[in-house]
Design a protein around this ligand. Structure first.
Ligand code: BGC
Length: 832
């Protein structure tokens, strides 16, 4: 091509208006090329147009960080619920900008994030990944996240659209939800983000909504999202969520993923030829795909942006976010922060003390480059100041947790972590391996391409090297894989297909796979030769991936031992919470119980040492039956790679806690409004309607364990001088101002929340709803005036009969407080 022809091709001209470029390029495509754009070319790669030099765009998972498709390490940021606990849109945007730069460094132009689905039940497996029970908070933070990614020239994928709130039957369940609840609770955050931040893609969810799959749903995709909200980006299916050809394309599902096409591609071309899908529908989808490709800048001829991976700057952003995410739940007698000058021995006990609990499981899981425990973080911070003593106090893992690379080495010199992996493309282990390499990952997502197989192949893998126990005693080694597997330790077969297996709840990917566990008594400090074999079964022919999980359970001590360690210390920290497998994509928890004997552990340590603080690590509410008699408790969530250090800093007063709960913590799961309807079967009835989270507790007049919006600080704030107009014209903005003063001795950040309460509404409405908030940093003695403006939507409900949002005339209370259960100031405005 000469420079001259290029100049006439508007689509190549980076200075031409986007829509002109899109139309020009669309006009050059054949029907087949347009249809090709509507499906991926590979699992995480879109199609380009080779003939015209339009490159393929690569996408990657989020939202915790970049889940590299090549298994590269990236910065692990706090998980969604932790980000939401910051109540800080600016910080959320900075986190997303950093993730955007990491995506670019790994050559990705779209990150499949953020997850903004409503937390309807406290046991949803993906609560950790999403933000809140409240659509205003989820929408505000979702907007910030999308802006952050797109500031860097990386597209977002707002997910999962819509009403995707449980993992039970996640691929098929139909949410039965009334129109008003749909609009006010489940779509409101999507509407807000789409209108405010225009994400380049929106992901259609797996589930059905009122009987129709999200990907087949013209009402959701075309009528509401595209027409009513004016969305101009791409609707991408969740991975494998398309179930039809013409219905999905006609409904407005623009892109089928993963590639290559299963329902689109040739089938869609035939549907067009058969007149089942009109050509203008293909044009409309292709136009959106081209808009996406052009938005990424891949055609703009400039040097591709380099991005940035795991830099100091990104670690600092992750650290700030981890710190602001920490929610101080209790602090009687100002037990915290511990004064390092007065504490010469600290006990750090509990099953999550030495564990590295920093993120949840599933597609959002980032390969961590740096992973430490809270125990390690306290040791680092207290080095030279206090002696840190430790005991696990028992185990909380229901099954042996995934093996860590540093428990192994490829040779008996223990020079590096990991094992040697031999790949056999043919059946069994005969002959020479087709590939041999040292890998850190023990067990893995096995994909056919990684094994050098084609669709018809079976193959085999063997990990071999040395296993290094860290403790003396009985160990369990487990293998969970769909095929024929064995573990040989020190020359003995400890697991083979004859070992009795069990299928457990943690059924990632929907494969019912048995876990087989062997036992061996081992000594710390010496290496044991190990080999782990996996033969891919013929039944997986054509399946693109399966998961092989190797587990190791180490001896974890006793409650009595932990109590004894705590008794001899000046202060104790009990780190409890989720097991490594408790929370993840693909399954819900059955209840809110802490796994293992953790309740007994807490009681025993408290009895041994009253100077005890509890640290909870997990991504969702749990039941804490002892909560009324523990003096201090910090909710650490799953704080990403900087999380443990942030916990240590807050416990010892090197940083201030300022997080607020974005979700109610009930006392019992039965108190949850949706519980009577959960999980449903093929259908899930959203019978609680609008009354999700605090909307329920307000109506019922019940006090949960911890209310929405709750969190303590190390200082005290005073709220005063609320000013609001007494009367405005309906539709006009309402500005509310008030003063916040830090009356304590320490700096801190207060999260002031503004709720609107309609007086005597004409239709049933929640008692009050969050419509504004501000996080304000104040030095001791400092005060500041906060101003929040409410628009008409803040007073409105959705009227399905009129198909409109209605702000009825009348009186509305404006409630300013520090949680949904603690209102400090109140005024009333009349809409006329
Ligand atoms: C998840 C999505 C994810 C996709 C690609 C799906 O199973 O629901 O959130 O983006 O996989 O990994």
């Amino acid at each position: 091509m000469t420079a001259d022809t290029a100049a006439h091709e508007t689509f190549r001209n980076a200075n031409a208006p986007l829509e002109d470029r899109v139309e020009d390029l669309l006009g050059r495509l054949t029907l087949a090329e347009k249809v090709a754009l509507m499906a991926g070319s590979a699992a995480f790669t879109l199609h380009g147009v080779e003939r015209l030099g339009v490159p393929q765009v690569r996408v990657t998972d989020g939202p915790t960080g970049v889940r590299s498709n090549e298994g590269e390490a990236a910065t692990v940021f706090p998980v969604g619920v932790a980000i939401a606990s910051t109540w800080n849109p600016e910080l959320t945007r900075e986190v997303a900008q950093a993730i955007g730069r990491e995506a670019l460094a790994l050559d990705n132009r779209v990150v499949l994030a953020p997850t903004i689905n409503i937390m309807r039940i406290p046991n949803w497996g993906r609560n950790f990944e999403t933000y809140s029970e409240d659509p205003f908070l989820a929408g505000t933070l979702g907007t910030a996240y999308v802006r952050g990614l797109q500031d860097e020239g990386v597209g977002a994928s707002l997910k999962h659209y819509a009403v995707n709130n449980q993992e039970f039957n996640r691929l098929t369940v139909s949410a039965r939800v009334d129109e008003r609840t749909l609009r006010e609770i489940y779509l409101a955050a999507f509407e807000m983000v789409v209108k405010a931040a225009n994400p380049w893609t929106v992901m259609a969810s797996y589930n059905r909504i009122n009987g129709t799959y999200a990907t087949d749903n013209p009402y959701l995709l075309t009528e509401i999202l595209k027409r009513e909200w004016g969305y101009d980006g791409v609707v991408v299916s969740d991975w494998g969520a398309v179930h039809s050809t013409a219905p999905a394309a006609n409904a407005g599902n623009d892109l089928e993923m993963p590639g290559p096409a299963r329902w689109f591609g040739d089938k869609l071309l035939k549907a067009v030829e058969a007149g089942e899908t009109p050509e203008h529908q293909i044009d409309a989808a292709a136009r959106r795909m081209l808009r996406l490709i052009l938005r990424t800048g891949v055609l703009d001829g400039r040097d591709p942006p380099k991005g940035e991976l795991r830099t100091r700057r990104h670690r600092q952003i992750a650290a700030r976010a981890a710190e602001e995410a920490l929610v101080l739940l209790k602090n009687q007698g100002e037990l915290l922060p511990f004064d390092p000058a007065k504490v010469s021995t600290v006990a750090v006990v509990g099953p999550n003390a030495a564990a590295r609990r920093i993120q949840g499981g599933g597609s959002s899981q980032v390969r961590a480059g740096r992973q430490i425990s809270i125990l390690q973080a306290v040791q680092d911070l207290m080095a030279g100041q206090a002696e840190v003593v430790h005991a696990d106090g028992g185990d909380n893992e229901p099954v042996p947790p995934a093996a860590r690379p540093d428990m192994f080495s490829p040779d008996n010199a223990r020079g590096q972590p990991g094992l040697t992996v031999d790949y056999f493309a043919e059946r069994g282990f005969e002959g020479a391996p087709s590939k041999r390499q040292v890998e850190r990952q023990i067990g893995k997502l096995v994909s056919m391409s990684a094994m050098g197989l084609t669709g018809s192949g079976v193959g085999a893998l063997r990990w071999s090297g040395w296993f290094w126990p860290e403790k003396d005693g009985m160990h369990e080694l487990s293998l969970r894989a769909p095929g024929h597997g064995r573990i040989l330790l020190d020359g003995q077969v400890i697991v083979d297909p004859a070992t009795p297996g069990a299928v457990d709840d943690w059924d990632v990917g929907g494969m019912r796979v048995e876990r087989r566990t062997g036992r061996a008594t081992l000594s710390a400090g010496r290496g044991y030769p190990i080999s782990i074999e996996y033969v891919r079964p013929e039944s997986l022919k054509g399946v693109t991936w399966e998961q092989v999980i190797v587990g190791v359970r180490q001896p974890r001590g006793s409650i009595a031992e932990a109590a004894e360690v705590a008794a001899g210390a000046d202060a104790a920290i009990v780190v409890i919470g989720a097991a490594s497998i408790s929370e993840g994509e693909g399954y819900d928890r059955r209840d809110l119980e802490l796994p293992g004997d953790q309740n007994a552990l807490v009681e025993a340590v408290l009895a041994a040492n009253p100077n005890t603080a509890i640290v909870f690590t997990g991504g969702s509410p749990y039941a804490f039956p002892w909560i009324d008699h523990v003096p201090a408790m910090l909710c650490a969530w799953l704080g990403g790679e900087e999380g443990p250090d942030a916990v240590a800093r807050v416990l010892f007063g090197a940083a201030e806690p300022s997080g607020r709960l974005p979700v109610t913590f009930p006392r019992r799961i039965e108190d949850t409004p949706a519980w009577p309807y959960y999980p449903g079967g093929e259908e899930a009835d959203y019978g609680e309607g609008l009354f999700v989270g605090y909307r329920h507790y307000d109506r019922a007049g019940e006090a949960p364990m911890f209310p929405f919006g709750f969190g303590l600080t190390y200082t005290r704030f005073r709220y005063a001088d609320l000013k609001a107009p007494e009367q405005v014209r309906a539709g006009d903005p309402v500005t509310v101002t008030f003063t916040l003063k830090n009356e304590g001795q320490r700096p801190g950040k207060e999260t002031a929340q503004l709720y609107v309460r309609p007086r005597g509404p004409a239709v049933e409405r929640p008692v009050k709803e969050l419509k504004g908030f501000a996080k304000v940093a104040l030095a001791p003695g400092e005060s500041r005036t906060v101003s929040l403006t409410l628009d008409a939507r803040a007073f409105s409900y959705y009227d399905p009969a009129r198909k409109a949002w209605i702000a009825d005339k009348g009186a509305y209370d404006l409630l300013v407080g520090c949680s949904a259960a603690d209102i400090e100031l109140q005024a009333t405005v009349r809409l006329e």
